[in-house]
Design a protein around this ligand. Structure first.
Ligand code: ADP
Ligand code: ASP
Ligand code: MG
Length: 479
């Protein structure tokens, strides 16, 4: 059994929805789909929610109208009259529930994380409902399943952590019988339920993560991430026009790429697949016959395969002159990070000055808020704190290559030739990535020159018909 996840662009209008349904029906067996909200709808829902909270009802109403129009477009693609009527009734109910949520937000005068999760769940539920109807319209049994009944999480609204055992139980109860009855099950993306039963989300872009969590819970044979690019590429194609598809990446490589900003996979997607030993494939709904990228263990190529950047980060350096203060100062930092749910991107320590450097994703708070909290937590401990906002990490990824002695030197040489300032760098023998920190505004240039210098441009050839065809070129070998 496959778990096939379709992102927002792949369900962006009636035509894309039908194409995604067709791709699913083209696979043997009865499979599970995970669908995101229609492209743009999650942003519009948040826009409506934020507007509601501050009483800007004209902005809210415009966003809601656009959402309705997008859904109407998909509903009109359903051909069988009865199915269209039933589905429209179900979607109308969900639109009414959306209005209730927006009223609750207006009354609360705040878009709390609990309300925000409830709000965005409507986009997912409407798409799952419409996709299941589209499949029925195409002649196959299908049911929508709302994963705020299935995917168990903790109570961290906006960035919930899964509870795998309970998810497994719920999937066995609510999904497996439908599959046994021959129905394709269309699950919502990125939503789950907290211990108190309220709807949670796994974080923006989290439907990829839902797919591997459900894949693990259902013992799937493979998880397929269907998106708008033909696989994992050697760089973000929006930034590097010569980026090319990588046919195979290891779990560790995919994890590093996702962790350091390759948006094609949510950063937490790979872990459940590793634990369950399930391969993940990244494929394009625009070129469905292409092989895409397979993510699985092994397949080390000793080459740098891809480069990526993660922007909007904070670099915190703590200089602790007295050795005996080091453990206390570290404890204070980690405590503040944990309390404020700040994501640690990387940590490093240099011994001579006992300086510790933390690269952090503070979300929106940045240095100002964070340093004052930290200063308080450090109390009497002697420590100089330096904090810089707007930094980016740039990673060059390739298992067996990133940890060779020459890898960091080559990366620094490429950046130095292009006059990209490097604020920090790190290489660890266990890692599949070699990483540098650069100012945010130099990140795109850094990715371009690292791609040109360490990976190389895609070679192209001409087919008989004169059309250009991308050829997967040899990657640059480090060392
Ligand atoms: P979906 O809506 O299907 O989840 P996303 O927009 O979340 O799609 O992810 C796909 C996008 O990820 C691509 O359009 C591409 O711009 C971006 N991306 C960033 N880095 C990479 C990479 N290394 N390989 C492929 N795509 C990448
Ligand atoms: N629809 C959600 C979002 O836009 C989840 C996802 O697309 O993965 O973040
Ligand atoms: Mg995505």
């Amino acid at each position: 059994m496959l778990v096939m996840k379709y992102g927002g662009t792949s369900v962006g209008d009636a035509r894309r929805v039908r194409e995604s349904a067709r791709i699913t029906l083209g696979k043997p067996g009865i499979n599970v789909m995970v669908v995101s909200a229609c492209g743009g709808v999650t942003n519009l829902l948040l826009e409506a929610g934020n507007a509601s909270a501050v009483g800007k009802f004209d902005v809210r109403d415009r966003a809601v109208e656009t959402i309705h129009a997008k859904h109407e477009n998909v509903l009109n693609g359903i051909g069988v009259a009865d199915i269209q009527t039933q589905t429209r009734a179900a979607v109308d109910q969900l639109h009414a529930s959306l209005n209730d949520t927006l009223t609750d937000i207006a009354n609360t005068h705040e878009l709390t994380s609990v309300l925000s999760d409830r709000l965005v769940s409507h986009g997912e539920k409407i798409m799952a409902t419409m996709m299941a109807a589209t499949i029925r319209d195409m002649g196959h049994g299908a049911v929508p399943v709302f994963t705020d009944q299935v995917l168990a999480t903790d109570e961290r609204h906006g960035s919930a952590r899964p509870q795998r055992d309970l998810t497994r139980e719920r999937a066995a109860e609510l999904i497996a019988p439908e599959l046994d009855a021959g129905n394709i099950v269309v699950c919502t993306g990125f939503i789950g339920f907290a211990p108190d039963g309220s709807t949670t989300t796994l974080g923006r872009g989290g439907s990829d993560y839902s797919a591997t969590l459900l894949g693990a819970a259902l013992d799937a044979d493979e998880v397929q991430i269907w998106t708008d690019v033909p696989g994992m590429l050697s760089a973000d194609p929006r930034k590097v026009s010569t980026a090319r598809v990588i046919p195979e990446v290891t779990y560790d490589e995919a994890q590093e790429l996702a962790h350091f900003g390759a948006k094609v996979l949510h950063p937490r997607t790979i872990r459940p697949a590793v634990k369950a030993g399930i391969p993940v494939r990244v494929l394009s709904t625009f070129q469905p016959t292409n092989a895409g990228t397979v993510v699985r263990p092994g397949g080390q190529s000793q080459r740098i395969k891809a480069t990526t950047a993660l922007k909007g980060l904070t670099m915190l350096t703590l200089d602790v002159p007295e050795l005996e203060d080091l453990a206390g100062a570290s404890a204070a930092v980690f405590h503040v990070l944990h309390e404020n749910r700040v994501e640690i991107i990387s940590v490093q320590q240099s011994s001579s000055r006992r300086a510790m450097t933390f690269i952090l994703d503070t979300l929106t708070s940045g240095c100002e808020v964070f340093v004052s909290k930290l200063t308080e937590a450090l109390g009497d401990l002697e420590a100089d704190v330096t904090c810089v906002d707007d930094v980016a990490v740039v990673a060059a990824v390739g298992e067996g290559a990133a940890n060779t002695p020459g890898a960091l030197a080559q990366l620094l040489a490429v950046l130095s030739r292009a006059n990209v300032p490097v604020l920090n760098s790190s290489q660890q023998s266990s890692n599949a990535a070699v990483v540098v920190v650069v100012p945010d505004d130099a990140a795109d240039r850094a990715v371009q020159v690292v791609h040109d210098g360490l990976i190389g441009s895609a070679r192209t050839s001409r087919r008989g018909n004169g059309k250009r065809r991308d050829v997967i070129g040899e990657s640059y070998r480090v060392g």
